[in-house]
Unconditional design. Structure first.
Length: 121
């Protein structure tokens, strides 16, 4: 009986650990977090560790004053469903910008986050 309980406990811990690691996680971003760019990037691209559900994933860009900066529609790359990207509609002027993103993985786990980068004068 005690052995069965120990096995059940180990399985429960393993299941909890695997469910935590199953959430989409950012693997890379372009521009990168805390990057200081010499000029405006053409867009925002974030790579995740697993495929995303396009209908529920997206991003928003804000300037240093908190105003929304127009970006094109955020899309999941059809060739690599782990990539979320949005083109910029206009060149960014010098300043600090914050990317806020939300992602829903193929396993329906929802995550969100943000990071900043700067464009120097």
């Amino acid at each position: 009986m005690r052995r069965g309980l120990a096995v059940a406990l180990i399985l429960a811990i393993a299941a909890a650990a695997s469910s935590v690691s199953a959430h989409p996680q950012v693997r890379a971003a372009n521009p990168a977090a805390n990057a200081v760019l010499a000029s405006s990037p053409p867009g925002i691209r974030i790579a995740f560790n697993e495929g995303l559900v396009a209908a529920f994933s997206g991003l928003e860009l804000r300037d240093g004053a908190g105003r929304v900066v127009a970006v094109g529609p955020a899309t999941v790359d059809p060739a690599d469903k782990r990539e979320l990207a949005a083109p910029l509609r206009a060149r960014l002027s010098a300043g600090t910008y914050t990317v806020s993103w939300r992602a829903v993985g193929a396993d329906t786990h929802h995550v969100a986050g943000s990071y900043s980068f700067a464009v120097r004068p």
